[in-house]
Design a protein around this ligand. Structure first.
Ligand SMILES: Cc1cc2nc3c(=O)[nH]c(=O)nc-3n(C[C@H](O)[C@H](O)[C@H](O)COP(=O)(O)O)c2cc1C
Length: 322
């Protein structure tokens, strides 16, 4: 579980990111590689759900040979257990329980970060899943709901449920994504837990990855937005541990963006394609001050054809890369 590579680089996980981190993005970044595993964005398991039809959106082989873990979000222990079994039937190698989603439509029904309000109930849901399947079950959590008063209790409730490891995104539900991630809480969690801990939050550079490891002692790293801004970040971290420097190649960036566009299902209207490109490129254009200055021009391009829109964005990027 969470093995380091030959150069002692920690296990690197691509974070689940509902919406922007969809299968088009996952396929595009998986072709670049550099990470060990990805986690799919959550699959909601609402009350009275029909688990078979919900589960069918999950393809464990989507990124083969890179494994894609399934993440489920809900609060009914029996349904969550049934959903986990369905995921196993589809070929999942790991099930992750979402205890972090801040969305009110989710938390209103007692799932996602709402589970952090009641460690005893979090324990019941996690344990129901652990007991239902014979593959590893893990849990991804925030540091609390409105505050961190139950931080320790939630960590221990999760650990005692039998999950193999915990991923901590150290912000509360109320924090959303605003204030800096509290890496000191990752260090604290590490001192509380005996199972492995994956550190997550605000890793945008190689130095951030090194700092998170040294400041927290966490066992592995999960990266989300940093990989949208810099899809080569995983390679750069890995190269650092090999005593090398990874220089992104222009051709790889072109392939990455081409793959993103070509992974979009045919039935998607042109306007939606362009909006999706804008969303992904919006992150990429945050990677330097120079590109940040060009971001509004890229976003305001009135081009109606997605291929031409992308070519225009590439021409802006090319100047920057040359
Ligand atoms: C657009 C977006 C969607 C997200 N969707 C999920 C999700 O489906 N499941 C989950 O556990 N976390 C989700 N997260 C949280 C991320 O996995 C991660 O914990 C958070 O962004 C902090 O890591 P980062 O700073 O590396 O992005 C999402 C985050 C963003 C920005």
């Amino acid at each position: 579980m969470l093995p380091k590579d030959a150069n002692n680089c920690p296990f690197l996980i691509l974070a689940p990111m509902e919406g922007v981190g969809d299968s088009c993005f996952r396929k595009a970044i998986a072709a670049l590689g550099g990470f060990d595993e990805a986690v799919r964005d959550f699959i909601r398991v609402p009350k009275n759900a029909h688990v078979k039809s919900l589960a069918s959106v999950y393809d464990p082989h989507e990124l083969a040979p890179i494994p894609l873990a399934a993440q489920i979000m809900g609060s009914d222990p029996e349904l969550m257990a049934a959903m986990a079994q369905e995921m196993v039937r589809l070929g999942a190698h790991r099930i992750d329980l979402n205890c972090g989603c801040p969305s009110n439509t989710v938390t209103g029904r007692g799932a996602g970060s709402s589970l952090l309000k009641e460690p005893g109930y979090l324990h019941i849901v996690a344990k129901a899943i652990v007991q239902a399947v014979d593959i590893p079950v893990t849990l991804k959590m925030r540091s609390g709901y409105s505050d961190i008063s139950l931080f320790r209790e939630n960590l221990l409730a999760a650990q005692e449920s039998g999950v193999r490891y915990i991923t901590l995104h150290p912000r509360t539900k109320v924090d959303g994504y605003g204030p800096p991630a509290r890496w000191d809480l990752i260090a604290e969690a590490k001192s509380i837990l005996s199972i492995p801990l994956v550190g997550n939050g605000d890793i945008l550079t190689v130095q951030h990855a090194i700092d998170m490891l040294s400041q927290t002692g966490c066992d592995a790293l999960m990266i989300g937005r940093g990989s949208l801004i810099n899809p080569f970040l995983f390679h750069q971290i890995r190269a650092h541990f090999a005593g090398q420097r990874y220089q992104p190649r222009w051709d790889d960036l072109v392939c990455y963006l081409d793959r993103y566009l070509s992974a979009m299902p045919e039935e998607i209207p042109e306007k939606t394609r362009i909006n999706k490109l804008k969303q992904l490129l919006g992150f990429l254009f945050k990677s330097s001050d120079e590109l940040q200055a060009l971001r509004p021009t890229m976003l305001q391009n009135q081009q109606k054809d997605a291929r031409f829109f992308l070519d225009h964005a590439l021409s802006m990027l090319a100047n920057h890369y040359s």
